[in-house]
Design a protein around this ligand. Sequence first.
Ligand code: BES
Ligand code: ZN
Length: 456
Amino acid sequence: MSLDTVLARIDADLPQATERLLNLLRIPSISTDPAYKDNCQEAADWLVADLASLGAQVEKRPTPGHPMVVGHIGEGAPHLLFYGHYDVQPVDPLELWDRDPFDPQIEETDKGKVIRGRGASDDKGQLMTFVEACRAWIAENGSLPCKITFFFEGEEESGSPSLIPFMKDNAEELKSDIALICDTGMFGEETPAIVTMLRGLLGEEVTITGPSKDLHSGMYGGVAMNPIRVLAKVIAGLHDATGRITIPGFYDGVPELTDELKAQWDGLNFDAGSFLGEVGLGEPAGEKDRSALEMIWSRPTCEVNGIKGGYTGDGFKTVLPSKASAKISFRLVGQQDPHAIRENFREMVRAQIPEDCTVDFHGHGASPAGQMETGDPAFEAARTALSDEWPQPAAFIGCGGSIPIAGYFKTILGTDAMLIGFGKDDDQIHSPNEKYDLTSFHKGIRSWARILDALS
Ligand code: BES
Ligand code: ZN
């Protein structure tokens, strides 16, 4: 067998591989919105059929939420597990899309060809990179070089509520020598990356209630407490003037970078100006004494993701609302304890609620940060394989985003996870006009073929 013939097959099959991805992208598998429940089933069915066409023993497995897809194929060591998610984020605001998010298309842009549509980068395009690598391998060699398990979930974008019980219940089946997760990005256009640090995520929804009903702001304004005013004050107090988060104990367990990591990151020459420039900004907004890369990879955050209250429609309405609410998320690093932070946050908010108001909290996901163990020789093998494919050598990087499952492979199954993905910073994941570069897809497939070759 030769890797070159597999790579040539991937090149020749790219139009068909792209067509298959477009078919998957046409299924609106939005996991957070119950209206799309059937579409999540449909996406899982699509994957089952596609993996079966490779010869995998594959099933759609029910969970209390959206189903998992688990497939096994090949024999021999090592046993590799591929993880990806087939669910996607909601598409709103729809009016900001230049096309129907679920009518994907290849578009020509000044940076080359892109696959445009919801889920193109996060995570259907990425997930299909290793499916296509396996397809090409089998087409050239008749079988795969080792045992592979595909493990695809449909709830990642809604916090993976079924994942822990499913992994516990199916631990024997899912144990492997290493888990490969394709849901992260590159370091710039030409530098592939292996993510070794991933931030955790904690979500809190706060609702403040003042008067028992909406009021006329002329009749009651000034005398009745306005819950938006209370909420705004709470939010304004979450950061101090230097950008530090003010919740008591928040920084417990936040480590300083080692000198080695600091030197490594300095060597990446991250250009904060152009990173922010791309999105119309110029000034890093985090803690004053930290570099932009630290702010994204190794420092915790507190961000308001949404805020609701009063009249927000067209025109003007002089209302003093009964309720105001905000969705607030925290990105966590190091050993920060999500549960302790939740409690301390709630305590701090409660202490600021005036006599006439009440506060309710609704907790969302709570996953700690993940630190990948890079001692396994698979890391160096994958780094070399990636460096062979791309113009620049592969980098070990951090990731500002969160993938709750990454840490659970270690804690539940005892398996190390390696995070390799081909997304770009400008893919607009979770936003209107999401895209995946055709080169990310093509070279991503080629990268997995090289990694498969290197690991087996
Ligand atoms: N693929 C992303 C994680 C990611 C984000 C990787 C940015 C690289 C750069 C993943 O699907 C995701 O969006 N995760 C959510 C967490 C989830 C619990 C909603 C996130 O990070 O907000
Ligand atoms: Zn994702």
